[in-house]
Structure formats: structure tokens, C-alpha cells
Design a protein around this ligand. Structure first.
Ligand code: SAH
Length: 361
């Protein structure tokens, strides 16, 4: 048993089984033993590799996207750029470099980072060495009263979800309980969950459904502020077409799937993002919703093919092979090109930002 599993077992003995939401929050962000609170999980030697860690092209194109989205809203003056869950800070460093080289006199940029993990804040400070940046524990303290351009790559998947199981007597909530000295899933009727299951479609007994209440609250807050102050948000994450009727909770360790209850605090825990559900929240808050579009198509529309060719021209042949492999991994359906989707939020009457022209919204 991990130290966190023992702590959770004591908590369960004291106050009963945990919702999947409480379990996920503890696994990722427990102050003593949480996965993100205590380590830097990224890269080849770590547990998983995210798009900005695959290639500098990803962050560069996103930086330029923010500039272009700003132009479509005729915003000028300093650019306020915020990133949610910036990991190692690689995306932001690449974005700032690209923005700094942009033609027509690059704007001065104020950088805001929302990061819960002290370990990752240190990594971000190192990546952004020499840059002024402001760190926030939650998105609530981001500056208001000015347009804000917000990027979130693989952030929503880390916000906790609840799970429900269809039974012949209606939806029951899935909990994490103790069993024979370890943790195990259990089912119980929930009184508090009525509103959460109300939106779920009919499902045969045994099917599992996921509801991202924390994600809804988060997106709706973000949408409200963009409607009020201007700016745009770019939300990038993996999805699953079966949602909300799917069990997508996944633990990942050393680039492989792991047992979800087996080593809490020592494996990453995430679940696929239900973009349709979040688009609904954003629209209810009055925002314009663009996409979701596939990551591959989005990056291609922003010019990733040209950027890869350009980088390869000034590279050694070994580096050129690495650039081409990274490009493939980002855009091809066999890599992240299709399973990852991109959705943008803007104030409502604005035209589609770059990469979303012609996308259903
Ligand atoms: N965007 C990065 C990292 C993604 S991993 C990349 O693409 O490489 C998820 C990130 O979100 C980590 O930095 C993690 O510490 C942070 N995080 C997770 N839950 C959070 C929360 N509730 N509030 C703030 N940050 C959170």
C-alpha cells in the first residue's frame, strides 16, 4: 500500500467511502502525497509525455494563435497570457519566444500561471528563467477588467469527475471503499447526485457514466469572464466519443496503463474530456464556442507542416528525423492528432479564431 492509500483507508474508516471525485483530487493534489504535488512526471524518463514536451512547435503555434485571436478582437496594448496547469512551463516558454519574434512589433506580455503543485511551480520558474510571471493557486485570482488569453493543455483531464453506474433501479454512484486491506470500487445510492444524473441518457444496466462537475464549474467561470472582459480560451485535451457513457478514468505510469486503485499518489490519474458537455456550459454562460476540432487539423491550419520543414532545414539529419517524428506524433491519427481535440471560447459575436474557420460551433 502506498502512503496515500493508507491515509485514504483511515479517512474511509472515519467518514465512509470516497466519491471518485474525492479520490481523484486526493491522488493528484494531496498536500503530502499527491502525484502532482510531489513530483515532475513528464518526459521520456517520467510517466507521460504531453504535446509541448514532444516539440517546441506546439507552444510556438499556440503563442501565435493567441496573438492572432487578439487581432480578430481588435485588442491592442500589452498581451495578458494565462496558462492553466502549465506542467514544466515548456509550452509557455515556447509561446513567449514565438510571440517575441512576431512581426509588427511584438506586444509586451504579462504572464499568469495557475498551478496547484509546488514541485511544478519550481519547474516552471526554471523554464521561464528571467521572465516576470505571476503564479496563482486557482483561476479565480487571474486579473480581471482586461482581455485575457488563456491556454489549457491537458488541464481539464486532471480536474476530478464523478462516476455513476446504471442499474435496474436507476443510477448509483461509484465510490472508492476499502476491501481486504486494499481499495476497491463500490456502489451506493446517492441523494446529492440527482441533478448530476438528470442529464445522463438512458443506459442499460452495468454501463458507467462520467460527470465532470468541477470541469463544468471551471469552464462556466472561464466563459463568464471572457464574455465580460474579452479575450479567448484554448482548451486542448483527449476525449472519448462514447462520453458521457464511458469509464475513461485512467492511471498511467512509465508510459503504460496502471491499476487505478493500486498505487494512489504514485500514478497519474485522468479522464477523457466531454467537450460537448463543456460547450453547453460555455454557451449557457454566453460565450462563443468554436470546435472542438481535431488537434491534427488545428495544428495544420496554424501551419505546423511549414514550421516543421523550416526547422528541419537548419537541423542535422538526426535532428531532422526527430522533428519529423515529433510532427507525426502531434498530427497523425495514430498519434495525438485525432484523440486530442481543441475547443476555443470567445465573447459571443466574434468571428472564429484561427484554426476554427468552418468548424461547427
Ligand atoms: N499543460 C502541461 C501539463 C499538463 S499535466 C503540459 O501540457 O505539459 C496537468 C497540470 O495541471 C499539472 O501542471 C498539474 O499540477 C496541474 N493541475 C492539476 N490539477 C490542478 C488544479 N486543480 N489546479 C491547478 N493546477 C492543477
Amino acid at each position: 500500500m502506498t502512503a496515500l492509500a493508507r491515509k485514504l483507508a483511515r479517512r474511509i474508516a472515519r467518514s465512509g467511502p470516497l466519491t471518485v471525485e474525492d479520490y481523484m483530487t486526493a491522488c493528484l493534489l494531496d498536500p503530502e502525497h499527491g502525484y502532482y504535488t510531489t513530483r515532475d512526471p513528464f518526459g521520456a524518463a517520467g510517466d507521460f509525455t504531453t504535446a509541448p514536451e514532444i516539440s517546441q512547435m506546439f507552444g510556438e503555434l499556440i503563442g501565435l494563435w493567441c496573438l492572432a485571436a487578439r487581432t480578430t478582437q481588435a485588442v491592442s496594448g500589452p498581451l495578458t497570457l494565462a496558462e492553466l496547469g502549465p506542467g514544466r512551463g515548456t509550452l509557455m516558454a515556447d509561446a513567449l519566444r514565438a510571440v517575441g519574434k512576431a512581426g509588427n512589433g511584438p506586444p509586451s506580455v504579462a504572464v499568469h500561471l495557475v498551478e496547484a503543485s509546488p514541485a511544478l511551480r519550481e519547474a516552471q520558474r526554471a523554464s521561464l528563467a528571467g521572465r516576470d510571471a505571476t503564479w496563482h493557486a486557482t483561476a479565480e485570482t487571474l486579473p480581471t477588467g482586461e482581455p485575457l488569453f488563456v491556454v489549457a493543455n491537458e488541464f481539464l483531464d486532471a480536474l476530478p469527475i464523478r462516476q455513476f453506474v446504471a442499474t435496474s433501479r436507476g443510477w448509483r454512484e461509484r465510490f472508492v471503499a476499502t476491501e481486504r486491506g486494499g481499495l476497491a470500487f463500490s456502489l451506493a445510492a446517492t441523494t446529492a447526485a440527482g441533478e448530476l444524473v438528470a442529464r445522463l441518457p438512458e443506459a442499460p444496466a452495468g454501463r458507467i457514466a462520467e460527470v465532470g462537475r468541477a470541469r463544468r464549474t471551471f469552464v462556466s467561470g472561464l466563459a463568464r469572464r471572457i464574455v465580460r472582459d474579452g479575450g479567448a480560451a484554448l482548451l486542448i485535451d483527449f476525449t472519448d466519443p462514447r462520453l458521457p457513457l464511458a469509464d475513461t478514468l485512467q492511471a498511467v505510469r512509465a508510459h503504460d496503463r496502471a491499476d487505478r486503485l493500486g498505487s494512489p499518489g504514485e500514478t497519474d490519474l485522468a479522464s477523457a474530456v466531454d467537450f460537448a458537455d463543456l460547450a453547453r456550459e460555455a454557451r449557457l454562460a454566453g460565450a462563443g464556442v468554436h470546435g472542438p476540432v481535431a488537434q491534427g487539423a488545428f495544428l495544420r491550419a496554424l501551419g505546423v507542416d511549414r514550421r516543421a520543414r523550416r526547422l528541419a532545414r537548419s537541423a542535422s539529419s538526426g535532428q531532422a528525423d526527430a522533428i519529423s517524428a515529433a510532427h507525426r506524433r502531434l498530427v497523425s491519427p495514430a498519434g495525438m492528432g485525432d484523440s486530442f481535440r481543441v475547443m476555443a471560447l470567445t465573447p459571443s459575436p466574434f468571428p472564429a479564431p484561427p484554426g476554427f474557420e468552418g468548424a461547427a460551433s
